[in-house]
Design a protein around this ligand. Sequence first.
Ligand SMILES: Nc1ncnc2c1ncn2[C@@H]1O[C@H](COP(=O)(O)OP(=O)(O)OP(=O)(O)O)[C@@H](O)[C@H]1O
Length: 216
Amino acid sequence: MRTLEVVAADVAYGDGVPVLRDVTVTVRPGELLAVTGPSGAGKTTLLAAMAGLLRPAAGRVLVDGEELRDRDQGVGLGVVLIPQENGLAAILTAAENVAVAMIATGGSTADARRGTSESLEKVGLAAQADQLIDELSGGQQQRAAIARGLALHGDVLLADEVTSELDAANRQKVIELLRAEAARGAAVVFATHDPEAAAACDHELHLADGDATLLR
Ligand SMILES: Nc1ncnc2c1ncn2[C@@H]1O[C@H](COP(=O)(O)OP(=O)(O)OP(=O)(O)O)[C@@H](O)[C@H]1O
């Protein structure tokens, strides 16, 4: 399992003014870090840098000591991102979305079949496995994206606002699933607006006005 480190990172889009300045945080295997802050504070931006989608303008993102340069390298290092807008293929079923991701990252078809049903079961979507994403509610789509992320068994799991469309019971279940990923040894980062969800995490990094403060 791998440690995620962000070291003195400024994160910007193109040549623009940095959205975040001088961010330093470490997430070790087994830890669950909440990233909080108001809308537009830079939570998605920080997770994009942690995933390798956005290279810091200054400073570094390291996975087990290896500097992250792009998303392909991030995938190779086991960094899984569950994006805010779910990133699912609308014309595939929930099961196909999970299976395709597993096969694309080297899983066999047998593994994909087993992993798909296990992960859909975990998020309470077993009955919707063969429905097209387009036919699912917003919350069900969000749970399908979580199932896909869980099925990939990342060493680092980045979950971007993955409970925003869920009812209280499902929100609680997803927090427990993220906690279970940490217990498995993953370094888990959870961007959230929800103070209760943040309180359930081991640590909280709060973003505001371009600065990042580790609250606990
Ligand atoms: N692709 C982009 N190009 C330029 N600026 C961007 C881009 N994406 C986001 N930003 C800007 O970066 C800042 C941080 O946005 P970000 O999406 O990271 O915030 P957030 O904390 O995730 O917000 P929310 O809680 O609303 O999802 C905002 O000012 C936003 O306008």
